[in-house]
Write a protein that binds this ligand. Sequence first.
Ligand SMILES: [Zn+2]
Length: 132
Amino acid sequence: MSGNIERKPWEAFRDSGLLWWVNRSLHLFGMCIVLEEEEDGTVTDAYPARTSWRGFSGPDEADGFLKVTGYLAQAGGVLLGEVSSPLGLADALDGIPMRVECIECGTMVDPPEDDSDPICSECQEESDAEEK
Ligand SMILES: [Zn+2]
């Protein structure tokens, strides 16, 4: 597995509420992910399955939102860091540099290697011409 993927146990995925969240979405397509568990909650098997269920009951919805909101509260700082750091995002894209907007026209350009503002070649030429 690459450095950008960290395997997690099904139990943690279930307990975070993310299994409920994913299944909530999959129900639209008549699908779900099923976990087979021991009495103590240990997961022994997991598989995609066809289902006729659509959505969850009120108590399950309340429990799911509580768990996922708790997960976000706990993991939010890390998640925000991963998406807001250009270096982190570049790492996530396996070395592909993030494109940024030209400060003059908004065209997407490669980020400058120094601390200068990003600017496209056309706007740079106009700026150079004005300085002369
Ligand atoms: Zn430009």
